[in-house]
Design a protein around this ligand. Sequence first.
Ligand SMILES: Nc1ncnc2c1ncn2[C@@H]1O[C@H](COP(=O)(O)OP(=O)(O)OP(=O)(O)O)[C@@H](O)[C@H]1O
Length: 292
Amino acid sequence: MEFGDKRVVDGLGFEVRPGETFGLLGANGSGKTTTVRALLGIYTPTAGELLVHGRPFDPAGDYSLGYLPEERGLYRKEKVLDVMTYFGQLKGMERSRAALWSQHYLERVGLGDKGNAKLTTLSGGQQQKVQLGVTIMDNPSLLILDEPTKGFDPVNRRLLLDLVEAQRAAGATVVIITHQMDEVERLCDRVLLLKDGRAEAYGTVAEVQDSYGAGLVRLHFTGTLPEPRGWRPLTLERNYAEIELAEGTDAQALLRQLVDAGVTVRSFDAARTSMEQVFLKIYGHQPGEGAA
Ligand SMILES: Nc1ncnc2c1ncn2[C@@H]1O[C@H](COP(=O)(O)OP(=O)(O)OP(=O)(O)O)[C@@H](O)[C@H]1O
């Protein structure tokens, strides 16, 4: 995909499998939104093709699609329930069913009393809930969500992720663009990490984690960590550390070192490299490697 003489997506190949949650990840400007827009025919790729069910995307195809775009926007001067019902009708729902679905959704997301309010009177997060409702209306078989939880507080983020997960559990295929690596670990089956428009990593979350680091320990502690021997801290905060084990060092050896050094171990979780660390390895710098 090129804009003028600038190539922003290059040599990219990936597939999303039916019924999975697929994470499209990458630093700002790496080409995620461009890829989705090319898939939906908003941009015409300079070369190559993107297919849905083996064919170029067809708005009138025999599958339904819900797209939450990066740039949000509904008819802000209209009433919430009217807007939702209108979009439901555009998706082919009967007016009464669309209105009923919308009211039910508004209640579920804590906006049951906002049906007759104008969208402009809602907070940013509340408007976003409405927009997500419009996206998942009538249970599309393919959901493409561009940063669905951007700007949500933790309680509402949880609520929204539960809604997305419920769609997947009911059979939808979900493609999610997100910068929240904890969401990736919780939700995604497989991921693609884009870097400068190319696939930097592609596979299941576990495969990607394993290819960017072996043993990792998440440690809550009090005291002072001893000099590293066979391990190094990737993240070191006052009472929390993420520690990478060198090849040949096992978690038990680290635990012994900590106890011998008088560190109070509050929790010790030997796990895979976190997706956040994978992201930092690919796009960022590591502690001790100088400022970005
Ligand atoms: N319409 C356009 N014309 C020219 N360049 C564009 C256009 N759309 C995107 N780009 C460029 O393409 C690159 C990829 O942008 P894109 O929006 O796909 O990134 P992204 O991975 O979605 O980023 P973010 O995480 O910041 O949303 C950027 O360098 C951007 O400036």
